[in-house]
Design a protein around this ligand. Structure first.
Ligand code: NAD
Length: 351
């Protein structure tokens, strides 16, 4: 007999090709009149076009978002929020831009509209990671969860193939860990499995034809599902290791997830055999080896070596990743984590 607790995060999702054109209505529906548009410097022109589309509802653009949500950037943005008397933010971009919007909302309770252009999934989680003085900390709070998300696959047509692949694998990692989460429930499991299926079907198409609109829509649908899983249930070893590598060795976010996923899945394969069986079926029967073959077939990075990590770093990484005990389906010990890191560093196929 099943026993579970289900807690959903309130979210309003607009999904479909061309739906970013609904941004004015979205801002008005939240009861807002003064939107500050956020972006990275790289997406400034797109943010300005969005601001034009908002016309009188926009108070301007702040295109200063950067990776890992540094608190000093948030403070600069807060000053602009104050000067412009903004009553909401519209975040256009990937996890870095969404992170800035969340950091503002956490401090001001401003409402958020997010228009994601990667598959990171941050837009549907109440989680904010931010950095100060070289330290990354994570907070979870209801004010951090964006009120409205517009998924428009047209905005992802120009997401470079390499980033599409790594961002997709980043999203898939949320789903794989969601499948064996202690607080999983039948809905999170359905979402995780369909999210994995969506990426399995769409990423190989995108690698060959990046502007395939159907495949882009399927991948973005997968991103929503996998992100929702991340926002709803707890994560384990995989996210802990990626957090360690990114936080202490500055490895790139999505790429690190892409390299680690087959290895962490293989590590947990036996302990969570029943929970991972549906995912294993999607990838040819073996979850670790199957995900590695899939990642290789779509040109994903396979080795931590490629990020400038030297073998000696693995000792420190294993120390940090095991210094605080946390739940994982297979119990953690330093020696087995060191071995796992070695395999990921060498880029060999996991068993
Ligand atoms: P990103 O937001 O840093 O984007 C990387 C670069 O790609 C940026 O320059 C961006 O402007 C550009 N870009 C984004 N979309 C594009 C597009 N469609 N076309 C062309 N260029 C585009 O990358 P990311 O992987 O989406 O986000 C990573 C960050 O998100 C990390 O800091 C991570 O910790 C955070 N994150 C947080 C959560 C959460 O729930 N809190 C979840 C996932 C990721």
């Amino acid at each position: 007999m099943k026993t579970f607790t289900y807690t959903g995060n309130p979210a309003r999702i607009l999904f479909g090709s061309g739906r970013s054109a609904d941004v004015r209505e979205a801002v008005e529906a939240l009861g807002c009149r003064r939107a500050l548009v956020l972006a990275t410097p790289h997406q400034k022109a797109d943010a300005e076009a969005l601001s034009d589309r908002l016309s009188a509802l926009s108070v301007g653009v702040f295109a200063g978002a950067v990776m890992h949500t540094p608190v000093d950037v948030t403070e600069t943005a807060l000053k602009i929020v104050q000067d412009t008397e903004a009553d909401c933010v519209v975040s256009l971009g990937g996890g870095s831009t969404t992170g800035l919007g969340k950091a503002i909302a956490y401090r001001t309770d401003l409402l958020q509209v997010v228009i994601p252009t990667t598959y990171a999934g941050s837009e549907v989680t109440p989680i904010l990671g931010q950095t100060e003085g070289g330290r990354k900390t994570t907070v979870r709070n209801a004010s951090i969860l964006p009120e409205l998300v517009i998924y428009d696959p047209d905005l992802t047509l120009r997401l470079p193939v390499g980033m599409s692949v790594t961002s997709g694998l980043n999203a898939m990692a949320h789903a794989v860990e969601g499948l064996y989460a202690r607080d999983r429930n039948p809905v999170s499991t359905l979402m995780a499995l369909d999210g994995l299926r969506a990426f399995r079907d769409s990423l190989p198409v995108l690698v060959k034809t990046p502007e395939d609109t159907d495949a882009r829509a399927e991948a973005l649908y997968g991103a929503w599902l996998c992100g929702t899983v991340l926002g709803t249930v707890g994560m384990a070893l995989h996210h802990k290791i990626c957090h360690t590598l990114g936080g202490s060795f500055d490895t790139p976010h999505a790429e690190t997830h892409a390299v680690m996923l087959p290895h962490t899945a293989a590590f947990n394969a036996e302990a969570a055999q029943a929970e991972l069986s549906g995912a294993a079926e999607l990838f040819g029967g073996s979850i670790g080896g199957g995900l590695w073959d899939f990642a290789k077939s779509i040109g994903a990075p396979l080795s931590l070596k490629d990020f400038g990590l030297v073998e000696a770093d693995l000792d420190r990484a294993a120390d940090i990743a095991t210094e605080n005990p946390y739940w994982n389906p297979r119990p953690i010990d330093r020696a087995s984590i060191r071995t796992l890191l070695q395999k990921a560093w060498e880029g060999v196929r996991p068993d």
